[in-house]
Design a binder for this molecule. Structure first.
Ligand code: AMP
Length: 459
């Protein structure tokens, strides 16, 4: 989890980055940061919490320059230490740069240890910092088959070298005094899109919803394995690594993570998420009176299920948007009430009905258990829980914050045991083939499904 954003050549670069980060807020709420360049110096503002809290408007007024990058963070690697707030900034013999990362490296600990043994001093616990060190100390020449543009001869080979050493998921934005660089790992685990506005400014973002807010058009994805350099001489694209024919795009982005109004991996999240619900209706037929989404994440799958099955769609659970994930729940009795604070049943919709509830995924199972109980208290005659993805059985090592295997309910219990634990009349998941088929319907190919299969593309 995390979101990245970059701007090239706009007089209000820091402001636009702030807006872009705001649109990517769902990808990380723990901290936010912006780095801006006026062509000579790079300046940084970092803060904890939501974008509006982390970065003040007075801060933005001070952030002069036409190039910027930004980051919203949800900690996966490295914990929630304030030292881990990105972008990271570094000054080295070749100048200075700032870097922001979405994804997770699988060999960061090993590289870090090697670097520390050689005397490197790390200031954070984040895997992203290994990029900073690898870039700064890289010495090898660029691959012979790559013709570098005059502007790229010094810094870009350092990026290539870092890419050769790291393994795992990375969608990066890098800011130099006069360049914006976007990088995507060869598997293309995490999304990264390129856009342009009417006056010719370029933007890079984790999702296209962040292009919409700055009035930029989506041009294309930054491709798996691509290093895209943007400066006054234009756009240049390099592919320094061998990369597999089929990318391994994270299918969980389509299931849960990305915003439904976004275009990622070349397709609309909205369409695919809804198709997952339609497929579920073809796979699982239930006699029921009403289909209710678990808002917000189950909304589109529930809509798709209702359309395909003909069972009426109703908002039978109302969601409060004022409950943060960081809500402090000091005592168990209060903690038990917290799901109610977020979701409350609409008695008129539920009472006396056979209810299907649809959610996008079941992780620990704790939320669903409480929801089922709430619906029964609201008078539901039957409660059927449908999940628009397969059982999550393995942790993600590529940037989604899934708990350990011990905490993943489907890794430890059969579907019948989970149904019993949750207290639903029935529990059904979308099949793996159904989920991939729903995404493939919209020309998608090459997914990472590790959280559902344990089949890890890179370890
Ligand atoms: P639970 O089964 O109680 O752990 O929670 C499942 C709910 O968490 C579902 O509604 C999902 O939409 C949501 N969810 C799935 N993955 C994540 C994640 N990585 N971070 C936060 N929420 C998630």
């Amino acid at each position: 989890m995390c979101g990245v954003f970059g701007v090239f050549d706009h007089k209000d670069a820091a402001y636009l980055t702030y807006l872009g980060l705001h649109s990517l807020q769902h990808r990380g709420q723990e901290s936010a940061g912006i780095a801006v360049s006026d062509g000579y110096d790079i300046n940084l503002k970092l803060g904890q919490g939501l974008v509006t809290r982390a970065i003040k408007s007075e801060d933005l007024q001070e952030m002069k320059g036409s190039l910027a990058i930004g980051h919203v963070r949800y900690s996966t690697a490295g914990g929630s230490n304030p030292k881990n707030i990105q972008p990271f900034y570094a000054h080295f013999y070749g100048g200075s740069f700032a870097i922001a990362h979405n994804g997770n490296l699988v060999n960061a600990d090993k590289i870090r240890l090697e670097l520390e043994k050689e005397g490197a001093i790390f200031r954070s616990t984040s895997d992203t910092e290994v990029f900073v060190h690898l870039i700064a100390k890289s010495k090898e020449p660029p691959p012979a088959h790559i013709m570098l543009h005059q502007n790229d001869k010094e810094f870009i080979p350092l990026v290539f070298n870092a890419m050769r050493k790291v393994k795992g998921a990375y969608s990066l934005v890098i800011l130099r005094e006069n360049q914006l660089i976007a990088v995507r790992d060869p598997f293309g685990f995490r999304p990264l899109v390129l856009g342009k506005n009417k006056s010719g400014s370029y933007f890079v973002a984790s999702e296209s919803c962040a292009l919409d807010i700055v009035d930029a058009e989506y041009l294309r994805d930054v491709k798996p394995g691509e290093v895209l350099v943007i400066d006054d001489a234009g756009l240049r694209s390099y592919f320094p690594l061998e990369f597999p024919e089929n990318a391994k795009k994270c299918i969980f982005e389509f299931v849960y993570f990305a915003r439904p109004d976004s275009l990622i991996f070349g397709d609309w999240v909205y369409e695919i998420r809804k198709e997952m619900g339609r497929t579920l209706a073809r796979e699982v037929k239930i006699d029921a009176d009403v289909v209710v989404p678990v808002l917000d994440s189950g909304l589109l799958a529930a809509k798709g299920y209702s359309e395909e099955s003909g069972i009426p769609f109703e908002i039978g659970l109302v969601r409060s948007h004022y409950v943060g994930r960081s809500f402090i729940q000091p005592v168990q009795s209060i903690r038990d009430l917290s799901v109610k604070l977020k979701l409350n049943p609409v008695k008129q919709v539920i009472d006396g009905k056979r209810v299907i509830i649809v959610d996008d995924s079941l992780v620990r199972g704790t939320t669903s258990k409480k929801i089922v109980n709430m619906l029964r208290n609201a008078g539901a005659k039957e409660v059927h829980l449908l999940i628009s993805s397969p059982p999550v059985i393995s942790p993600c090592y590529y940037g989604i914050d899934t708990p350990t295997k011990e905490e993943l309910i489907a890794a430890n219990k059969s579907i019948e045991e989970i149904r019993d634990y949750i207290g639903a009349d029935s529990l059904h998941y979308l099949s793996l083939e159904g989920m991939i088929g729903a995404a493939n319907k919209y020309k998608q190919k090459g997914f990472c499904t590790a959280c559902f299969t344990g089949d890890y593309p890179v370890l």
